[in-house]
Design a protein around this ligand. Sequence first.
Ligand code: GLV
Ligand code: GLV
Length: 325
Amino acid sequence: SRKKIVVSLTVPADLRERLQNEFDLIDLPVGGNIDDVVPASDRAGIHGLLGTLRLKVDDALLARYPGVEVVSNYAVGFDNIDVDAATKRNVLVCNTPEVLDKAVADLTLGLMLCAMRDMVRGDGFVRGGKWMKGALPLSTDLAGKTLGLLGMGRIGRMVAARAKAFDMDVIYHNRKKDEAAESSGLARWVEREALFRQSDVVSVHVPLSDETTRCVGARELGWMKPSAFLVNTARGKVLDEDALVEFLRERKIAGAALDVMTVEPIGADHPLCQLDNVVLQPHVASGTVETRRAMMDLAVENLILGLRGERPRALVNAGLWPRKA
Ligand code: GLV
Ligand code: GLV
């Protein structure tokens, strides 16, 4: 009989058709509660979940849905899923790496430019009719400055490559040295404290985990130069946001540019929105037509392959493969 899946993502018609050809679909509005759309008596009969970061998959959910074989995340990050719990229950967890790397790296450079070249203020200056009355304060060059990458995965490397085109010097801190980056002259590994002390702009590219939660706090911000900027396109919870607000308010660092916050979404009353030295984006680093389509293709493909008993293209808990009977 056909497998049943819960879909908490609006997919284009052609992808929906692909899913419907193989499975029975149950729709869950993004941000909704899965138990509201699946009656208790049907829960054991659900085989797959396809959703966004807003679909929290913990051990309790997997216990209520013991038939789930695959959880396919429409994101590269998977901090919304308890991967250890899934692995113990033999549930494949899939994500969408690589296809979004360039879009995220592009937005990271865009945020650096906005913050360092003061572009948002410039826009308001023209629209506000202030150009007629004076000049905008001078901003900061990227060329010749040191970019410090906290994390050097695929996205970090793409940010480094883009920064080189802006004639920046790139250093990074990662648990492992990136030998290819070192030998090609792309970036130099430094100790953690040196990264914060030496950088003119620090950009965060680590996944969120227990280890990285609030790993940039008052101590790390205190190591930064007063002239330095902080960029975050990774996860809000990697930063101690209260400490960052305080450092920005007191101008102990020059500015920040953030695509992600500790709790999302935030409203206009959020402390970050009261600051004039931060540029904010609504978690859209991967949010282009082309990239989101590629992410959907991959998320759907992962789910279909996994439920057919074939290896998904992007498997987070790769130790579950090959499948044991
Ligand atoms: C977005 O935040 C992602 O993890 O893909
Ligand atoms: C992080 O930078 C990744 O792409 O894994």
